[in-house]
Write a protein that binds this ligand. Structure first.
Ligand code: PBG
Length: 437
């Protein structure tokens, strides 16, 4: 056999890939499987005949080598006899040592037992030892909806729209499912005329959110629908709770409203209700309210460690839900606090939360890790509007590679301990993970 290449010898003995979640048909997946090394016969010796296809599908590398047509192969006995007789068949030579650039200092090797770079030396090894892997199934796509039929662009969030609740919403969810994202969370832009001091529109059974849930469930029965439980989109004050005359956000009265909101969302078909309001005791109260109405199977994703963050700015623009006065510091957490997140997580867990959330995500990776290490519940992290817009703006200015920075951010959020990530990049990231440009 003529000399083959080093690249060829690096081919793995098995050449078989099954994408975990992808749009590849089962038929196509099984046809990859049928390509085992034994059925490939001997590899062609020419470089041109070696086709290495590196396609990344959700981090999976597909490597294919074309089998060559061998005319009259020797039998095993003949091959063994030849080797025993001292006539082994030709094989490629040991590769020549690559030469360093001129003037490279000549040194004796450092006496190192461990050289961590050994496990990073090739894509195959790096992929094999990667500890954290992103999948579209880990993403929850937040969707803004409004009463209109048209989609209207959100200035502060390039690429995001307030979706027409009928067509735009369905179309977006269709696209998300097509790349393996089957979880969404809904945020309504409510007409100002329907906002009030007590936010009663939040539990109108024919309000925008319940209507959208019913439509989505009708169209996509297996879609996981998360809802936001808080009064701010419905509050004429732009706060998550009822505001007293002196500016105090009333806790227990707000919780009463939130329970009614959660029930109306559950009645419409929500799978997971997500209190984002940060009132004390709301998880337990909502759990009780849901159970007493027969919704024992509706989950609660608690915004457990939700910080009073500047990174929510673009979201509030999207919903026109900026607080009319003051800030949210009497209910959302102080960004300087770490241990307090433990108090919140113990409360939410003991009150019956099914999922604990940290929000924002990237500036709070330590808090994600804290909750991960102190609870057995799934942890979610919200890569919020400001985190999204920062990357979009930097990419638009040519300062960052959007795809690389998005995938790295999401990977790191997962590495810190998040099982699922709420991200406005869900659709784009899932497409990239599916190998689309
Ligand atoms: C409101 C709510 C907010 C977000 C989710 N739910 C804003 C706020 O607390 O003011 C922010 C999400 C984002 O910025 O992407 N309860």
């Amino acid at each position: 056999m003529a000399a083959t290449t080093a690249a060829m010898l690096a081919l793995p003995p098995h050449i078989c890939i099954i994408p975990t979640v992808s749009r590849t048909s089962p038929a196509a997946a099984s046809s990859y499987c049928s390509l085992s090394s034994s059925s490939l016969g001997s590899f062609s010796s020419s470089v041109a005949a070696v086709r290495l296809t590196h396609r990344r599908r959700l981090g999976v590398v597909r490597a294919i080598a074309e089998p060559s047509v061998v005319t009259k192969a020797p039998t095993i006995e003949e091959s063994e006899a030849a080797v025993v007789a001292g006539n082994p068949p030709a094989a490629p030579p040991v590769p020549a040592k690559a030469s360093p650039p001129p003037h490279t200092p000549v040194v004796s090797p450092l006496e190192l037992v461990h050289r961590p770079r050994r496990n990073r030396k090739s894509p195959a090894l790096r992929d094999a030892f990667q500890e954290t892997i992103l999948s579209p199934a880990n993403f929850i796509l937040p969707l803004f909806i409004h009463e209109g039929e048209e989609n209207s662009p959100i200035g502060a969030m390039p690429g995001c729209y307030r979706l027409g609740w009928r067509h735009g919403l369905i179309n977006e969810v269709y696209k998300a499912r097509d790349v393996g994202v089957n979880s969404v969370v809904l945020f309504p832009k409510v007409p100002n005329a329907l906002k009030s001091a007590t936010g009663d529109e939040a539990f109108n059974p024919n309000g925008l959110v319940p209507r959208a849930i019913r439509l989505l469930k009708d169209k996509f029965p297996d879609l996981a629908i998360y809802t936001d439980v808080a009064l701010d989109p419905y509050s004429s004050d732009g706060h998550d709770g009822i505001v007293r005359e002196d500016g105090v956000i009333m806790n227990d009265e707000t919780v009463h409203q939130l329970c009614k909101q959660a029930i109306s969302q559950a009645q419409a078909g929500a799978d997971v209700v997500s209190p984002s309001d940060m009132m004390d005791g709301r998880v337990g109260a909502i759990r009780k309210a849901l159970d007493s109405e027969g919704f024992t199977d509706v989950s609660i994703m608690a915004y457990t460690a939700k910080y009073a963050s500047a990174f929510y700015g673009p979201f509030r623009d999207a919903l026109e839900s900026n607080p009319r006065f003051g800030d949210k510091k009497t209910y959302q957490m102080n960004p300087g606090n770490y241990k307090e997140a433990l108090l919140e997580s113990r409360a939410d867990e003991s009150e019956g939360a099914d999922i604990l959330m940290v929000k924002p995500a990237l500036p709070y990776l330590d808090v994600i890790r804290l909750l991960r290490d102190n609870s057995a519940l799934p942890i979610s992290a919200y890569q919020v509007s400001g985190e999204y817009s920062m990357i979009k703006a930097a990419a638009a200015a040519g300062m960052l590679d959007e795809k690389k920075s998005v995938l790295e951010s999401l990977l790191c959020i997962k590495r810190a301990g998040a099982n699922v990530i709420l991200t406005y990049f869900a659709l784009e990231a899932a497409r990239w993970l599916c190998g689309e440009p």
